[in-house]
Design a protein around this ligand. Structure first.
Ligand code: NAD
Length: 438
């Protein structure tokens, strides 16, 4: 089967690569010419473990193609995935302009029956709006062509995207016709053999499942952060609390790690979009509003934690280890490290940073950020007053504290990811603070 992917960003590229690896013929399209040129020259545009190898193999076997030509892309696939961005708009609702642009372009190029599958995260009702838009555009062009709309939200996590795509916990498809349902089952036939649960529902329910899932996970993070913040003010230890909570099967241990708050391209915008959507149809989701609020204040609390440890930040040298919002990705969208760094700089601190993968993106997106980018972990810590572990990259979880102690000016270690046992770090002569543990 031939598949087209419109939007070759994180989700589009992973979807295209994985579907071609599973045996389908895939053409990935993007309006960003630079991105397509890079991909056609064998340069992988995002950092995602394992993706490079899969793409190279599929390009070599001519199962995966990249183009900036919309007509060629639409002609190619019987199934057309829309995987464009849905960022927050000025009111914090989901900005659907890229989705509707893609829909119009599909209508303009369509000459025969297609299944248009929305993979972007969109508010309930968007599938129907996309259907109306394509219908209207086809009518304007005098084309009488049948098509189907499907919602197929994506649940992959950056850093483990390939495994998540190929062996997800579930596949959700929102459909209106048997023809579209049967085509979707053909696309995911390999996953069906792996007994991956398939939820077939209507388009609106599929759209809601994605937002409800992300908002719930964000809620777990803000919840455990609140408990950690209370632990910080008493003698309870959050790691033990979270471990014991997680052993309760009704709770599960995932997403119970306290820290500087959630970031990335999904939770921040999706929680806000769900609030906006709820309000637009007459319900204010109060829990999710608080989740967002707690997440915003968590970054400030982390800055205050550093400030309390160092008393006065003016002239202090602070090393931030990690800018990516989580390990395994170069994505720095909404990463908590950036607002924390900005607050430290405002107080006169000299900030040195090191991230194994995400520094180029930081330089590109925050050219004004007045920090010292360092080439490696230990040079970043040299002459530092305080090391802040902000992203739990593997190499930051195996620090040589003897070496750190010998190269730092004063020995304060702030562990925003609770990677280390406090006693272990203190035994090297460090002042240690974690999140919800001392
Ligand atoms: P992204 O910004 O990485 O990529 C979007 C791509 O779409 C860009 O390359 C852009 O140039 C392209 N594009 C925009 N308009 C286009 C058009 N008209 N025609 C062709 N290409 C066009 O975004 P992403 O992170 O891949 O997210 C895409 C969607 O998937 C979003 O709705 C997001 O919420 C959702 N999602 C993302 C993740 C994730 O981890 N990144 C996970 C699940 C779901």
């Amino acid at each position: 089967m031939n598949i087209t992917i419109i939007g070759t960003g994180y989700v589009g590229l992973v979807t295209g690569a994985c579907l071609s690896w599973l045996g389908l013929n895939v053409m990935c399209m993007d309006v960003d010419n630079k991105k397509i040129t890079k991909l056609n020259n064998g340069i992988i545009t995002i950092y995602e473990p394992g993706l490079d190898e899969i793409i190279k193999e599929c390009v070599k076997s001519e199962k995966l193609h990249f183009t900036n030509d919309m007509k060629k892309a639409v002609d190619f696939g019987e199934a057309i995935f829309i995987a464009v961005g849905t960022p927050s708009d000025e009111n914090d609702s989901a900005d659907l302009k890229y989705v509707f642009q893609a829909a119009t372009q599909v209508a303009q190029c369509m000459d025969e029956y297609k299944v248009v599958i929305n993979k972007s995260t969109v508010p309930v009702g968007t599938g129907n709006k996309v259907k109306d838009k394509i219908k209207k555009d086809l009518q304007l062009l005098g084309k009488n062509i049948d098509f189907d709309i499907v919602s197929n939200p994506e649940f992959l996590r950056e850093g483990s995207a390939i495994k998540d795509f190929i062996k997800p916990d579930r596949i959700v498809i929102g459909v209106e016709t048997e023809r579209a349902e049967s085509l979707m089952k053909k696309i995911y036939v390999k996953q069906m053999f792996l007994d991956i649960p398939l939820i077939v529902t209507n388009i609106e329910t599929a759209e809601m499942i994605k937002y409800a899932s992300n908002a719930f996970l964000a809620t777990k993070i803000s919840y455990i952060n609140e408990i950690a913040n209370i632990c910080d003010l008493c003698s309870a230890d959050i790691s033990t609390v979270a471990k014991a909570m997680g052993l309760d099967k009704r709770i599960s241990p995932s997403f119970l790690s306290p820290g500087p708050g959630y970031g990335g391209s999904c939770f921040p915008k999706d929680t806000k979009a769900l609030i906006g959507f709820g309000k637009s149809i007459g319900y204010t989701p109060r829990i999710i509003e608080e989740v967002v609020d707690v997440n915003n204040s968590q970054r400030v609390l982390m800055y205050e934690k550093i400030k309390t440890a160092l008393f006065d930040l003016d002239g202090k040298v602070i090393t931030i280890l990690g800018i990516a919002f989580k390990p395994g990705t170069d994505d720095i969208r909404e990463t908590p490290s950036i607002p924390i760094i900005k607050l430290l700089l405002k107080d006169g601190a000299i900030v040195r940073v090191f991230d194994p993968i995400a520094m180029n993106n930081t330089k590109l997106l925050f050219p004004e950020l007045n920090v010292v980018y360092c080439n490696d972990l230990y040079s970043a810590c040299t002459n530092s007053d305080c090391v802040v572990l902000a992203t739990e990259w593997k190499e930051f979880c195996e620090l040589d504290f003897l070496k750190l102690k010998s190269i730092m000016r004063t020995s304060t270690f702030i562990d925003l990811r609770n990677v280390y046992d406090p006693t272990y770090v203190k035994n090297f002569g460090f002042y240690y603070r974690g999140v919800g543990k001392k």
